[in-house]
Write a protein that binds this ligand. Structure first.
Ligand SMILES: NC(=O)c1ccc[n+]([C@@H]2O[C@H](COP(=O)([O-])OP(=O)(O)OC[C@H]3O[C@@H](n4cnc5c(N)ncnc54)[C@H](OP(=O)(O)O)[C@@H]3O)[C@@H](O)[C@H]2O)c1
Length: 405
């Protein structure tokens, strides 16, 4: 798409917690009035001006657009090659934007981890996005770039080094430190609420292939881990990983969209390492409690109200120190057809959800706007939309390390 526009990128939601980190990253790394033309957008001009004064300067143009005002969305979308949105929950505020982007052939990337909404967008818009060669790319943050690009990296290096693809990859979170924002908690609550109301949504959430194309939603993989078990791959106890619910489905969608580049019988799962022996087992049980409580709290229940009080509100999240001292370390245990094994790692240099996520989303948006990518459209995944170009940006600019041995 050779669209000539006033801006390469508009960051919509720039006044929010994650949006302002994205704007701050782009301002400090790429500046303004240089090669990258970009703007900050939101629904409230006064708030945008205030945030801009903290994370950038007056050279960054501001755009006002509200999800409840279709005209404002259209005007915003026409002005950019790429809309990068952090306005969530996406199920609440994001649907119209996706259709306007496709109508105007404007690429799109987001941080949605809301499986039920992504499914809706695939069903409603995949075909028209293909026809208009417009890339709609969900999950460009901690969910699901490290998983999706980690598997992409492993399969690429496996072909080059071993002449074969991996038959099974088991991702284990070996360590992570960070926090949660009000917006993320609200989005998790949105998924929970919709699943409690509608059994069909619950079915999409629990189907391991719930984001695959219709008619291709079966395979060897089972449900995500929900308990503590001993894991032969890592020789350790493992427990549930909350992001597995979205990440594993994105990896499987990437496989399907790439014409099964990883094989039709490829297997993938994710879990959290809790350690060896009795200590590891007990640690696994203890660390699974908060996730269990959060996901089982019914909308309107006392438990839900207590959790609502404890967790951050919209616009809040981990502070600078927590973001800068944060990290994640993901191990990928690999098994090949011939029985041989390998280990890969993806390491991030800041907290997963915000410090690292804001860099990943920014680089994905810049990649969509600036890099020479395949002329394909659709509701895509990071790896199928951007492949090698994104991998290189993540390593060079976003503080991610991909390694294999
Ligand atoms: N996948 C990941 O790894 C990852 C990581 C981080 C965040 N996220 C997701 O990113 C999203 C944002 O999180 P956050 O913590 O940054 O949330 P937040 O601080 O609450 O920010 C939300 C933004 O949406 C804007 N907004 C709300 N209603 C709007 C409307 N009607 N029209 C236009 N803009 C509107 C808000 O504008 P105002 O400032 O004017 O209120 C704000 O800028 C969430 O869905 C979260 O789950 C995902």
């Amino acid at each position: 798409m050779n669209k000539s526009c006033e801006f390469d990128i508009i960051i919509w939601g720039a006044s929010g917690f994650t949006g302002r980190l994205v704007a701050g990253y782009i301002f400090s790394k790429y500046g303004t009035n240089r090669d990258l033309k970009w703007a900050m957008a939101g629904r409230n001009l006064a708030k945008l001006e205030l945030v801009r004064s903290k994370v950038a300067d007056k050279t960054v143009p501001l755009v006002v657009a509200d999800s409840n005002d279709d005209e404002s969305l259209k005007e915003m979308v026409k002005r950019a090659k790429v809309i990068c949105t952090t306005v969530g929950p996406y199920a609440k505020y994001g649907s119209k934007l996706v259709s306007v982007c496709i109508e105007n052939k404007t690429h799109y990337c987001d941080l949605a981890g809301e499986v039920q909404w992504i499914r809706k967008m695939i069903d409603k818009h995949h075909e028209s996005a293909v026809a208009n060669q417009t890339k709609i790319v969900n999950c460009c943050g901690f969910d699901s770039i490290p998983s999706d690009m980690g598997v992409y990296f492993i399969q690429k290096i496996s072909k080059a080094k071993k002449g074969q693809i991996a038959k099974q990859i088991q991702m284990r979170v070996a360590g992570a430190s960070g926090g949660i924002s009000g917006g993320t908690y609200e989005s998790l609550s949105q998924v929970n609420e919709e699943a409690h109301k509608d059994k069909n949504i619950f079915k999409v959430l629990i189907n391991p292939y719930g984001l695959n194309p219709v008619g291709e939603q079966e395979g060897l993989d089972k449900y995500d881990l929900r308990t503590i078990v001993y894991d032969k791959a890592s020789k350790s106890w493992i427990g549930p990983f909350i992001m597995a619910a979205i990440n594993t489905k994105i990896v499987r969608r990437s496989n399907a969209l790439s014409g099964y580049a990883y094989g039709k019988d490829f297997r993938y799962d994710e879990a959290t390492l809790s350690g060896k022996g009795l200590k590891g087992r007990v640690k696994g049980f203890i660390s699974a409690i908060p996730i269990g409580l959060m996901m089982s709290a019914k909308p309107g229940s006392l438990l839900k109200r207590i959790i609502d009080k404890i967790l951050p509100k919209a616009g809040e999240g981990p502070n600078k120190k927590q973001r800068e001292n944060g990290f994640y370390n993901l191990r990928f245990y690999i098994t090949y057809e011939d029985g041989s094994k390998a280990l890969a790692k993806v390491i991030g240099d800041m907290d997963p959800g915000y410090g690292s996520t804001s860099k990943m989303l920014s680089e994905a948006a810049i990649c969509l706007a600036k890099d020479e990518l395949l002329h394909l459209g659709g509701v895509l995944t990071p790896s199928t939309a951007m492949g090698d170009k994104l991998l290189s940006r993540l390593e060079k600019n976003a503080g991610l390390t991909f390694s294999y041995k």
